[in-house]
Ligand binder design. Structure first.
Ligand code: PMV
Length: 360
């Protein structure tokens, strides 16, 4: 099936040029946790594409005068040459080489910057890898102008997935599904697709405030975490549960069933962390302040009838999700009652967005 992404015709591309894309981060509602080679999900996941948390990447390319068998590239991150990111990108290039045959014919400079503070604990791999994938697809489009928009985005997501699984959900908006599911038309393990079924107005322009509870390096990477799902005592039940939750959330979106949304999303977040706590070896990525925030959110909901809820990714930070109609009141609550649980009082207001944006 992935054969469809190997280009059949190779046209010509400019000797040199630059292309810039801005791609967002995303937050999963039904979580991807557990994979098989090559970076294929054990269950279907669905996410909101974000808007303000994004990576801007400029790819400059120069045709090599003399061909060689190396990937030749430099990485400039936030204005400085960055050696630390190179191995991850080298691995990414190796994985996608068969689908991007011109990779070794050019020398590249990859210049990136994030809109969110570096080492904020916000996963930058989703936006970072999807931005590189989009830039490479712009080069491919130039060589093969007959590529349709759908082919372009499917392949961009396919490439991004090989960089970092969840990155495949970062090229499109506003809700993206990754992983084959019988009830989602066109869904695939190979790439993310836009959720095209009915979405009630309450879920449009949904807000996400990210509380930066802990900005340090994670003790356990998501690569290790995914790996620990092999042989995990609850993995099969978990994968089956996620498939069921996709069916449920589809119905929730259509009906605008916000209370069911809250229950499903919070349960997904806690289940993700429960999987970590029941791995061998076990680990905990939440911090005391993560739990403080969760309890405050529950109290606030009880006292006010608000529809505010939380989700977590693989870290201690808390994503607070709420309808646009509650923007003012919830943001005041965050400022007054939750900022104290954040490192240096820092949080980021974001909302659901449309996906990747070409800037040149
Ligand atoms: O894309 P990865 O390999 O960093 O995995 C991310 C997994 C979670 O963020 C925890 C869940 C998800 O679906 O995004």
């Amino acid at each position: 099936m992935e054969q469809i992404f190997i280009p059949k015709t190779v046209g010509t591309v400019k000797e040199s040029g630059t292309v810039t894309w801005q791609t967002p981060s995303n937050i999963a509602l039904v979580k991807y946790w557990g994979k098989r080679n090559p970076q294929l999900p054990e269950n279907t996941s669905v996410s909101f594409t974000l808007s303000n948390c994004h990576t801007k990447t400029t790819l400059s390319y120069n045709k090599k005068q003399q061909s060689n068998d190396n990937f030749d590239f430099d990485v400039v991150f936030e204005g400085k040459i960055n050696e630390a990111f190179k191995p991850k990108i080298e691995t990414f290039f190796k994985r996608i080489e068969a689908y991007v045959p011109f990779l070794k014919e050019y020398t590249f400079v990859i210049e990136s910057q994030n809109s969110f503070p570096h080492s904020s604990g916000i996963a930058s791999s989703a936006s970072g890898m999807s931005a590189i994938a989009m830039c490479l697809m712009s080069m491919e489009k130039e060589m093969n102008p007959t590529l349709t928009e759908e082919e372009f985005y499917h392949k961009a997501s396919f490439l991004a997935r090989l960089g970092s699984g969840s990155a495949c959900r970062s090229v499109k908006g506003e809700i993206v599904v990754w992983g084959a599911h019988p009830e989602i038309n066109g869904s695939s393990d190979l790439y993310g697709v836009e959720f095209k079924d009915a979405v009630a107005p309450i879920f449009q322009n949904y807000q996400d405030t990210i509380l930066l509870v802990d900005k340090g390096e994670k003790q356990v990477s998501s690569t290790v975490g995914h790996d620990l799902m092999h042989g995990h005592p609850f993995s099969q039940q978990r994968f089956a549960q996620a498939q069921e939750n996709i069916s449920k959330i589809k119905d929730i979106f259509a009906k605008g069933a916000i209370d069911d949304f809250i229950a499903l999303v919070e349960s997904e977040a806690l289940t993700l962390h429960a999987m970590m706590m029941t791995s061998h070896p076990y680990f905990i990525l939440m911090k005391p302040n993560t739990l403080e925030v969760i309890n405050k959110v529950w109290d606030y909901r009880k006292e006010t009838g608000s529809k505010l809820c939380f989700t977590l990714d693989a870290g201690a930070n808390v994503h607070l999700l709420y309808p646009k109609s509650e923007k003012e009141t919830v943001q005041l609550f965050i400022k007054q009652d939750l900022a104290v649980f954040c490192k240096n009082g820092e949080y980021i207001h974001d909302q659901v967005g449309m996906g990747a944006n070409k800037l040149t």
